[in-house]
Design a protein around this ligand. Structure first.
Ligand code: BGC
Length: 752
């Protein structure tokens, strides 16, 4: 028998075959009536109430909170062909299932902790394995949330997650993933929010606030520098203090300040020598001391390696999986090796966060009402706002009454989803490549049953829309020749546990696109990928739409975008390189193309983040390299002009300019403010998302985020006095308006 934990099983299912604050803000208030969430609670009130509860607990009860049990685990024989219920080990009494579980402490009136995975919806493994029960809204991949540059949408997505979790009885979501896309081949890039700390932190912070507005704790993860999957449990990420504070840590800092998550999940990797879950620098100094973080730190599953080091290094809760290093905690306290006060602090942090989000006052209960339609509409809005039009030589939006052939990408089946612990069992049930079920689904592609083909046909009943599965390029080319327009759907499914070997489309899809484009010059490509893609066929196609993994209503969203019912408005949250040779590390350290879930971990190795905070587009600037598509880039069906730049310096940098829609259609522009401190690369310091009618103009003012203007020096943030280069640009290529401002010196700037 092989013993697999739930995480391993999920990751296996998603293994692609072909890769070889607690307040309601405007948007939420509109979506949910305030009565659905309990009233906001201040930290001071939470402190007082938590102290009463924790001080009434015995030491054993406090320790119980620190050692969640596995809520679901499995045991099956290799070669088994189904996931029968008998193979699932029984969940502990009282557990709903899914990730971790702490039994209730009725004596002190403290509820059970019921944890479920995210971050793309309520990913309940137990239900997933059974196949049909307990489905949830599958949100688009969070890289698409970032691509929308729209925090209010990310917040609404959070409210969907929080409200569904609450209605299923979960009160802790493992949701809010903000690792920076420092390595674009990272297999979890789709679960994160891109390469820029301000964008990623703002989007994920808003998402966390949305989750917690439904009285459910959000867990920001994976803290920190967990920027690749290869060797994630053994690698040591080496980076300078300033480099880390201005990049990966800044994304967390901004998201935590904005969303105030009740919990932080430390990561598998080492950071500058120590495993993150027992890393005094990361947990005690940066998170708890410098950022004043008051919630609890939970380990990633299997992320603990030493009890004393972890407890004294700042870890508060040991998640289940593998050896239970906290088993000896009571004895260690008895021997005075661990202070009692530290155990109280660990328990206190958990209780306080639960109180602060309202999880005690408005307890999550299974069987609550879920407004599926409203939630799926949020997923669709997010997919539409996050899709990025990368090229369009007049082909899109599709004209009516043309013969269209859709090629490949299982566009008749649905839209692809990323693999691993984030995979949600969507409404309608997950569908596997070629109808595979149970164990046979291992290694197959997985889809949300939202077919772009069906959605296009529904939108355009008068158009002849044909389908070719793309398995035979010659046949697909013939079908393309016989149609007015060809649209090739190209997929790449990434998954937790594995990085992608390169940035190419797998399974000869490049050749398929080339064959179709050669047969019909009016060819568009729709990409469903979680990572940047290189496009050897780019010059021979007329249009490219990056749809990411678009989730529950992805098919409808893509159809709306292709037909112009909705105008594309996403912008790239990550640079698309021409080749991996342009990256700081052309060779991905620790990558093993033959790795499987059963491979032993590689020998420990270090990854040298010598680029410091010059991540993504900043690295391209530093090396003066031209990417395929820059960060921030995206077209719409209209054109915009920026003019009349005004820059105000002094104590604060304020920039204003006029945006005009000079095209023929309504559309959304995302003008971006980039600022370079003296001698440094340009950083995204703000943006605006504005919708304009044809001919309409608007004056936009952006105040640069103070933390972005400052640099980390000598243990603090300092904004040097000097001249700052200022650009208002449609992307990180810095074309557009150019100005500068003299700024005064400022120390210890705070995040917003
Ligand atoms: C993943 C986390 C996840 C946890 C629980 C880990 O392997 O890295 O993102 O929340 O498992 O499923």
């Amino acid at each position: 028998m092989v013993n697999l934990d739930r995480r391993t099983v999920l990751a296996a299912i998603g293994r692609p075959a072909i890769v070889v604050g607690f307040s309601l803000v405007g948007s939420l208030a509109a979506h949910f009536s305030p009565a659905e969430a309990s009233r906001p609670i201040t930290w001071a009130e939470a402190d007082q109430r938590a102290a009463k509860i924790v001080d009434a607990m015995t030491l054993e009860e406090q320790i119980q909170l620190l050692r969640p049990l596995a809520a679901t685990s499995f045991q099956f024989a290799p070669g088994a062909n189904t996931f029968p219920e008998t193979m699932r080990k029984p969940s502990p009494p009282g557990a709903i299932g899914s990730a971790g579980f702490v039994p209730a402490l009725p004596r002190v009136n403290f509820p059970a902790l019921q944890e479920s995975d995210g971050p793309l919806g309520v990913a309940n493994m137990k239900a997933w394995i059974r196949g049909i029960e307990d489905q949830a809204t599958a949100l688009p991949a969070s890289i698409a949330w970032a691509a929308s540059f729209d925090p209010s949408l990310a917040e609404r997505a959070g409210a969907v997650i929080g409200s569904e979790a609450h209605a299923k009885g979960f009160n802790v979501m493992l949701s809010g993933a903000v690792n920076l896309a420092r390595e674009p081949r990272n297999g979890r890039t789709f679960e994160y929010a891109g390469e820029d700390p301000l964008l990623a932190g703002t989007i994920i912070g808003a998402n966390i606030a949305g989750i917690q507005s439904r009285n459910v704790v959000s867990t920001i993860k994976h803290f920190a520098l967990n920027d690749q999957e290869s060797g994630r449990g053994v690698l040591d990420a080496r980076i300078s203090e300033a480099g880390a504070r201005e990049s990966d840590l800044l994304a967390f800092e901004i998201a935590i300040a904005r969303g105030q998550p009740g919990s932080v999940m430390c990561s598998y990797n080492k950071a500058n020598g120590d495993h993150s879950c027992q890393n005094d620098w990361l947990l005690n100094q940066v998170l708890k001391r410098d950022w004043g973080y008051r919630g609890w730190v939970m380990s990633d599953w299997g992320g603990v390696h030493d009890m004393r080091k972890a407890v004294m290094g700042g870890l508060d809760q040991h998640s289940p999986q593998g050896k239970d290093y906290f088993a000896g905690l009571a004895d260690a306290v008895a021997r005075n090796e661990i202070p009692k006060a530290r155990v109280r602090d660990m328990a206190f942090r958990i209780v306080r966060s639960m109180i602060a989000v309202g999880a005690l006052d408005n307890p999550a209960k299974a069987g609550g009402a879920i407004d599926r339609e409203a939630n799926m509409a949020v997923a669709q809005a997010q997919a539409e706002a996050g899709a990025v039009l990368l090229k369009n030589d007049g082909l899109l939006p599709l004209e009516a009454n043309k013969t269209v052939v859709i090629v490949g990408g299982y566009a008749d089946t649905g839209v692809v989803v990323g693999g691993g612990g984030s995979m949600v069992n969507p409404y309608g049930g997950i569908v596997h490549q070629d109808g595979a079920i149970g164990m046979a689904a291992l290694g197959k592609l997985s889809f949300v049953p939202s077919s772009p083909l069906a959605a296009l046909r529904a939108l355009r009943p008068d158009t002849d829309i044909r389908f070719d599965d793309g398995k035979d390029p010659a046949r697909a080319a013939k079908a393309a020749r016989e149609a007015d327009v060809a649209i090739v759907f190209a997929l790449k499914q990434a998954t937790e546990n594995f990085d992608v070997a390169d940035l190419s489309l797998p399974n000869d899809q490049d050749a398929l696109i080339a064959a179709v484009a050669a047969a019909n010059p009016r060819t568009a490509v729709v990409l469903e990928t979680g990572n940047p893609i290189v496009m050897p066929w780019l010059n021979s196609v007329k249009a490219v739409l990056q749809a990411w993994y678009p989730g529950q209503r992805g098919g409808e969203a893509i159809a709306n975008l292709l037909t112009g019912k909705v105008s594309p408005s996403g912008r790239l949250p990550i640079t698309f390189p021409i080749s991996v040779d342009q990256l700081p590390r052309p060779k991905l350290d620790g990558f093993d193309p033959n790795a499987t879930l059963f491979s032993p971990p590689p020998a420990p190795f270090t990854v040298d983040y010598h680029e410091g905070s010059d991540v993504g587009y900043r690295w391209f600037q530093r090396t003066k390299a031209e990417p395929l598509f820059p960060f921030g880039f995206g077209l719409s069906y209209t054109q915009f002009q920026h003019s009349k730049l005004r820059v105000e310096g002094g104590k604060q940098l304020k920039v204003s300019f006029t945006v005009t829609n000079v095209g023929k259609r309504a559309g959304v522009d995302v003008p971006q403010l980039y600022v370079a401190p003296p001698g440094r690369t340009h950083r995204l310091a703000g943006w605006e998302r504005i919708e304009l009618k044809p001919g309409e103009s608007r004056r936009v003012t952006i105040s640069a985020d103070p933390k972005i203007l400052a640099s980390y020096e000598n243990n603090g943030w300092r904004r040097a006095e000097g001249v700052y280069d200022v650009r208002v640009s449609p992307s990180a290529n810095l074309s557009g308006l150019h100005g500068s401002a003299r700024l005064s010196e400022a120390n210890n700037s705070t995040s917003r």
